[in-house]
Design a protein around this ligand. Structure first.
Ligand code: 4AD
Ligand code: MG
Length: 478
């Protein structure tokens, strides 16, 4: 008999049908005559209720059926007595693939804290919460490729090992095969990377953008979607040392086109989630509601599905950095000295400032543009005022910055001057500068932090809970 996924059985199974399902036990309840097994195979948040007759299977076999045991079950579908589900399965044959000792299995069928589950990340997929998160993460990855493919963008695989620092922020992980003790030194007494594997100093990429620009200035519109690495010592609920980023890069786009694309893209993904992940979203919405029960009313977040619909239905606010500083300086928390960090033109906005703008002032997603050039990367297009660059950050409620991007400086002389001012090595970046020497065009792009976006869609509160195996300072378990 062909195995059916539980999702198919629950959606289309008919009373009287013989089926074979395979999966893991979520819970088992017993009475004298029958056992009820909730079986889940990862295809859906919903379990299939299996009814096993004690006399038929014998107590010895049923004793081995505990939470997380792996089973194959054949039987007949009958109308479900319980609420919610259309059918349940009356077992005629049970195969135990793998037992799970209930004395030792770490994840009991009860509520565990997210911290505890993080320490057991190898098994947390077996909980309803994490299976929902990772199904949604998959659906969003698929929707990203679909969106760009349907728009005529090409998926470009940019390198993971590079010799450049795309953001110029010096937050790179070194890649080296030189011995850690007594590495070869050059005449200046520094580590001699000419003797290293690549014959030069290399690192894990912080962004695929620079190579993306090479692709865009020939293929027109490209995007990357891959892991990026940052050795920033930020122990927050929004930072990972290894995270996934989606970076579209488009020739002949100016800043406004870039903003329009970012807004359309985010809304497309949210709409896709609402249309394809409703069971999981409903589950996560409930989870969030339970979790926030003890918070005062005004600190609870908007109901998850309502929040997603709200973002879909409203235009993002577009506002310059200079206007944002004005708003902040005129705000109540500023006047009452409630902000921890100072607010004046030229500062890098802190998360408290971003959240005030998004959650209190505008109450909508915000695209902030035209930042001071000194707090942004060397490659951004310089505005005519001589002070700002054509940058854009998209800020989301609860998350803060979800996208960072810009129009790029396409003028060779201006770019070189800025690189020199910011100590970016122009000689090593000859290949990047070639795009401005030969057929330069206005172009723009942005980077969406995949995990920050998944936080928003799932309503989870900690970025460590939306990537399978988080890498953060002092932590690389699994
Ligand atoms: O703003 P960032 O640093 O921009 C870039 O890397 C550009 N090269 C993108 C581009 O224009 N092609 O990073 C982009 C996004 C941020 O908005 C944030 O969502 C996410 O990447 N991000 C992180 N996510 C998790 N952990 C970290 N440590 C992150 N750093 C950035
Ligand atoms: Mg940024």
């Amino acid at each position: 008999m062909k195995r059916l996924k539980i999702k198919e059985v629950l959606a289309g199974g008919e009373v009287g049908q013989q089926v074979l399902v395979k999966g893991w036990v979520r819970t088992k309840r017993g009475s004298k005559n029958v056992n009820f097994i909730a079986l889940n195979d990862g295809s859906t948040i919903n379990n299939l209720q299996v009814v096993a007759d004690v006399e038929k299977f014998g107590e010895a076999l049923l004793r081995d059926i505990n939470t997380s045991a792996a089973l194959g079950i054949t039987g007949e579908l009958v109308e479900s007595m319980g609420s919610g589900q259309s059918v349940e399965l009356v077992a005629s044959e049970i195969t135990i693939y793998g037992k799970s000792d209930p004395e030792k299995y770490p994840i009991q069928p009860k509520k565990h804290s997210l911290e505890f589950l993080r320490e057991n990340a190898h098994l947390r997929f077996r909980t309803a919460t994490f299976s929902a998160v990772f199904r949604i993460r998959h659906a969003m990855a698929f929707a990203i490729h679909k969106y760009f493919n349907d728009k005529g963008f090409y998926y470009l695989h940019t390198p993971i090992v590079t010799a450049s620092d795309a953001e110029g922020a010096g937050q790179m992980f070194r890649v080296s095969t030189l011995p850690a003790i007594d590495p070869p030194l050059n005449e200046a007494g520094e580590v001699d990377y000419t003797q290293d594997f690549f014959g030069r100093a290399t690192n894990l990429t912080v962004s695929g953008q620079l190579e993306g620009e090479l692709g865009a200035t020939a293929l027109g519109e490209v995007y990357t979607f891959g892991p990026t690495f940052r050795a920033e010592n930020s122990n927050t609920t929004r930072h990972l040392a290894e995270f996934w980023m989606i970076e579209p890069e488009m020739a002949f786009y100016e800043l406004k086109d870039n903003m329009d694309l970012a807004e359309e893209f985010l809304k497309y993904l949210i709409k896709y989630a609402l249309e394809n992940c409703m069971d999981d979203l409903k589950f996560l919405s409930n989870r969030l509601e339970q979790e926030e029960k003890n918070k005062p009313q005004d600190q609870r977040s908007m109901e998850l599905i309502e929040k997603l619909q709200f973002v879909l239905e409203n235009d993002f606010v577009r506002c310059t950095y200079t206007e944002a500083i004005e708003i902040l300086r005129n705000s109540k928390p500023y006047k009452k000295g409630k902000f921890q960090f100072p607010v004046e033109w030229g500062i890098d906005l802190q998360s408290e400032h971003e959240r005030y703008l998004v959650e209190k002032h505008f109450n909508k997603p915000v695209i902030l543009i035209d930042y001071p050039k000194d707090i942004k990367a060397f490659y951004m297009k310089q505005n005519d005022d001589g002070k700002t660059v054509a940058a854009m950050d998209v800020l989301f409620p609860q998350i803060g910055e979800i996208i960072g991007g810009s129009e790029r400086e396409s003028n060779y002389d201006k770019l070189v001057k800025r690189m020199e001012e910011m100590d970016v090595p122009t000689d090593e970046m000859w290949w990047y500068l070639d795009t401005r020497r030969y057929g330069t065009v206005p172009h723009a792009g942005f980077g969406l932090g995949f995990e920050r976006f998944i936080l928003f869609v799932t309503g989870m509160g900690n970025i460590r809970d939306v990537i399978a195996f988080p890498r953060t300072p002092k932590n690389a378990e699994f």
